[in-house]
Design a binder for this molecule. Structure first.
Ligand code: PLP
Length: 377
């Protein structure tokens, strides 16, 4: 009854919800710290919460399907025209649109070995071969050789995914290097630049900043993706967007169902864009707290990848990430185990100062506990 290709699709395991920790360990919700899904630990901007409350009575109405106001606001933010913008239920949905709309006949898609798991899920649902670079982190030379090798064996490349910064590792390619790369790739390949964490990267290093307006003006085979789920603090509202040449956007519109985001989400995103101060404060605070994680890691023997996002990926020799994550969960701390990526490492969303202090305390306690046990065995 179902597609054969689904046999190879592994159901995406989302970050664990607070409700699960309440149910399984009887911990009170206000004692649970959730740093597993890269949400904004400062919540949403107060005026966004207010607008959602004010518009609650509109829940019975479909949203403005033209999304006129939000598209205009995004077009003005990024200096493009509204026909260069498409809105999705999270940028995840734009990834899905791309995979649905592309011609995958005799093609493969390219991605880094360790990157956002949904790329592979959407690709496999579209029944297209997935080729990964040998290195975990993004290396453009490897993408280039994979691209050439695919063409040489008679396979087209329908899409290339570049995650800048990369989730779950945190590294980020320079935008200038990506642009040189784009120039080496044929027009038949859609290059997807996933900027879910761009606000954080741009704050840390201008060399990581991408310009969707210049990319969409110069290249008819590039799409830039942004989201309201991370720096904008609207993970629960499900709003993301794509910016590209109007011909790409028009094709993606063909696979979009009407009313794909909610009336309240639309209002929330429009208002969130008007409160850039909130975003700047969150990003600044994130950078400060990131330094605290780096010091903690150095002082306590953890290895880490310098991160351009709102999370940090850590590991330590002899430490089993699955055991650690399960232990932390019982203490009410949710982080992301990377065992499902084949790595003995874990990813922690940078929280508030208070949350992070608790994380450090628990990680130290785990270390002490662990040594104690092994000394007596
Ligand atoms: C969070 C995330 C997204 C998009 O999330 P949405 O909530 O669907 O907007 C896209 N790509 C990466 C790499 C992410 O981490």
């Amino acid at each position: 009854m179902f597609k054969k290709t689904l046999e190879q699709v592994v159901t995406y395991e989302a970050g664990k919800p607070i409700e699960l920790v309440m149910r399984e360990f009887g911990i009170k919700p206000d004692e649970i710290i959730k740093l597993g899904s890269n949400e904004n630990p400062y919540g949403s901007a107060p005026r966004v919460v207010e607008i959602i409350q004010k518009n609650a009575h509109k829940a019975s109405m479909y949203p403005d399907d033209s999304m006129f106001e939000l598209k205009n606001a995004l077009a003005s933010k990024w200096s493009v025209k509204s026909q260069n913008v498409i809105i999705g239920a999270g940028s995840d949905q734009i990834l899905e649109f791309c995979m649905h709309a592309l011609n995958h006949e005799n093609a493969c898609v390219l991605m880094a070995k360790t990157t956002f798991a949904m790329y592979e899920v959407y690709a496999k649902i579209a029944n297209v071969e997935v080729c990964k670079t040998p290195s975990d982190e993004h290396k453009l030379e490897e993408f280039e050789s994979l691209y050439r090798a695919s063409l040489e064996r008679g396979k087209r490349v329908s899409a290339i995914f570049l995650c800048v910064p990369n989730n779950p590792l945190g590294e980020c390619l320079d935008s200038a290097a990506v642009e040189s790369f784009i120039q080496k790739i044929g027009k038949d390949t859609l290059i997807i630049i996933d900027g879910a964490y761009q606000e954080f990267a741009t704050y840390k290093d201008k060399a990581k900043a991408f310009s969707p307006s210049s990319l969409s003006a110069k290249y008819e085979n590039v799409i830039y993706l942004g989201t309201f789920s991370k720096a904008y603090g609207l993970g629960g509202m499900r709003v993301g967007y794509g910016i590209a040449d109007s011909k790409i956007i028009a094709m993606l519109y063909k696979v979009r169902a009407p009313f794909n985001i909610t009336t309240l989400s639309l209002q929330a995103a429009i208002t969130a864009l008007q409160d850039q101060d909130f975003v700047v404060q969150c990003v600044e605070q994130n950078a400060k707290e990131m330094l605290a994680y780096e010091s903690f890691a150095r002082e306590n023997g953890f290895s880490f990848i310098p991160s351009y996002a709102n999370f940090i990926t850590l590991s330590r020799a002899g430490l089993d990430s699955t055991h650690l994550c399960d232990w932390l969960l019982q203490k009410g701390l949710i982080i992301r185990n990377l065992a499902s990526y084949g790595l003995n490492a874990f990813r922690i969303t940078i929280g508030t100062k208070k949350q992070n202090e608790r994380v450090f305390e628990l990680l130290k306690a785990y270390g002490a506990n662990h040594n104690h046990l092994s000394n007596h065995s």
